[in-house]
Design a protein around this ligand. Structure first.
Ligand code: 1GP
Length: 250
């Protein structure tokens, strides 16, 4: 269960006024920039790297996880796209249920398949509620999970899902607008949720500017995830700007 990686992330976020997480999609289209992105994340002062993606288009996935881990001194955490992506090199796994949806396979099916393998690999488990919002881009995760996202401008529905997540014992709530979303989860929704739950909230999807990231932290989010905005090896300056904006106490 949640252990040293989770605790160290929380304590870093508390000390720094927020936590910055860089998402690396290990699909082939990013193969040439893997090491550069890991290095940029370190140079920017990111607190962790999430690794995951909904689709893998070749057989080199496991090799890429090894490359990421070999180049990282910050935690490398599995943000699962499916049980086939489990790997021994991760420091922890977001043990995720798509609680915004009503597809039993992503509420409990994948988790049952994954659990014995997670145990065998000895991965630290972070029980996570994944709430997918409609960010206006028909995200890959919407298609792959076969679920409808939550309406993005209905904070009442969002709060109800977040409260249910807390009462189900989740230790992290991921508010996700989908990778490359046109609209990120609104600040008011983040604020409403953070005012109602005590579980740490993480926001990702469609966050394209450091200012937007900071607003989510000011609304109560503990962690901010960026992927698309910083997906090139050349985006090290932007990563640093995100990091500075999110680490509000530095
Ligand atoms: C996707 O929340 C992450 O799962 C990051 O989204 O790629 O839009 O930054 P972006």
């Amino acid at each position: 269960m949640s252990g040293s990686v989770y605790q160290s992330l929380l304590s870093a976020a508390e000390t720094r006024g927020g936590g910055y997480i860089v998402l690396i999609d290990p699909d082939r289209k990013y193969d040439n920039s893997l090491e550069a992105r890991v290095e940029s994340a370190h140079n920017a002062g990111a607190d962790a790297i999430f690794v995951g993606g909904s689709l893998m288009m070749d057989g080199q996935y496991h090799d890429r996880i090894k490359r990421i881990k070999e180049n990282s001194t910050i935690p490398v955490i599995f943000f699962p796209g499916g049980v086939n992506q489990l790997n021994e090199h991760f420091d922890a796994i977001l043990f995720t249920a798509v609680l915004s949806g009503r597809n039993p396979h992503y509420l409990i099916g994948e988790q049952v398949i994954a659990a014995p393998i997670v145990k065998d690999l000895g991965l630290e488990v972070i029980p996570t509620s994944y709430l997918l919002f409609d960010g206006g881009s028909h995200s890959t995760v919407e298609f792959m999970s076969g679920t409808r996202p939550l309406p993005i401008h209905r904070p009442d529905i969002a709060v109800a899902h977040a409260l249910a997540s807390e009462y189900l014992g989740k230790q992290l709530i991921y508010l996700e607008a989908g990778s490359g979303a046109k609209e990120s989860v609104p600040n008011e929704t983040v604020k409403e949720i953070c005012g109602q739950v005590s579980v740490p909230v993480l926001v990702g999807g469609g966050i394209t500017s450091p200012e937007a990231a900071r607003e989510k932290v000011e609304a109560g989010a503990i962690f901010i995830v960026t992927g698309t905005a910083v997906e090139n090896g050349e985006s090290s300056n932007l990563m640093k700007a995100f990091s500075d904006a999110i680490h509000t106490k530095e």
